[in-house]
Design a protein around this ligand. Structure first.
Ligand code: UDP
Length: 253
């Protein structure tokens, strides 16, 4: 059997050449990393859950007119996406203080923020994805002013959508990270939400108990990561009530 061409391998996903020009296959691995890959593990079933969850969120965004790279899910671990040129920024939107914002500014985790705060980190593993400002972004030409206006607008729309979807199932969207890609259509470029949206890239807290249902379970050793992700999937109606971690024969299709 012919071996397919690997385009890129990251910490949690692999990109392969897609079946048609302008497409890629995005494969979700079971690898979990945190603290700039200082902490690593392989967590059975995580990739299956994130593939399914990211499909759910990206499809919802597409359906309300927020463009994403997502085309369709291919199987348990893979989805077909549009090839795009990733802008080298992590776009972070925060509704409540947590993580690095709490550390940096000494604000207790869980404190509601006066308004959603959008932050940017420069995507560079060797540098540990440092926080940057729009000044850096403009000066180094990572994105134009028009791109930045579009990115903020996309990020806030994603925030409204994700906050609403999660609130409806009793989960607080504390913060999240997205990546944005450029796709070219003739002479024009369009910005689309790319990469993934999953509990790996969001902070999700149970509304009533505050229980963490996201990658902090791994970062902070709080229990089973797949149980937490499966709980999110179950509440969203993605997995049957009794499903386990998504690796068994029945749950996801
Ligand atoms: N985040 C991410 N990838 C990164 C850094 C952050 O997905 O490389 C997400 C993280 O899961 C959280 C949000 O972005 O939902 C804000 O993360 P924060 O800056 O607080 O990072 P921490 O250092 O606490 O992971």
């Amino acid at each position: 059997m012919a071996r397919r061409t690997k385009i890129y391998e990251g910490k949690a996903k692999i990109l392969y050449e897609g079946p048609e020009p302008g497409t890629l296959v995005q494969y979700f691995k079971d690898d979990a990393t945190a603290f700039n890959a200082l902490k690593k593990d392989v967590i059975d079933g995580k990739g299956v859950l994130n593939n399914r969850l990211s499909e759910f969120f990206m499809t919802g965004l597409n359906n309300i007119g927020i463009p994403t790279h997502f085309i369709r899910r291919l199987n348990m671990r893979e989805q077909l996406v549009r090839a795009c040129e990733i802008i080298p920024l992590e776009i972070i939107v925060r509704n409540y203080a947590a993580g690095s914002l709490s550390k940096r500014l000494g604000i207790e985790e869980g404190t509601p923020l006066p308004r959603p705060i959008v932050e940017y980190c420069y995507k560079d593993d060797a540098l540990g994805d440092p926080l940057v400002t729009e000044e850096h972004i403009a000066a180094f030409g990572w994105a134009s002013q028009q791109d930045m206006d579009d990115i903020v607008s996309l990020a806030l729309r994603v925030n409204d959508f994700m906050s609403g979807v999660m609130m409806a199932v009793g989960i607080r969207l504390v913060d999240f990270k997205i990546e944005i890609g450029r796709v070219y259509e003739g002479d024009f470029q369009r910005l689309v939400v790319a990469d993934e949206i999953s509990p790996d890239s969001c902070r999700l807290w149970d509304l009533k108990t505050g229980q963490k249902l996201d990658k902090d379970v791994f970062r902070r050793d709080l229990g089973s990561l797949t149980d937490a992700y499966a709980e999110v999937a179950r509440r969203l109606g993605i997995m049957p009530e009794q499903a386990g971690n998504g690796t068994g024969p029945t749950p996801i299709n």
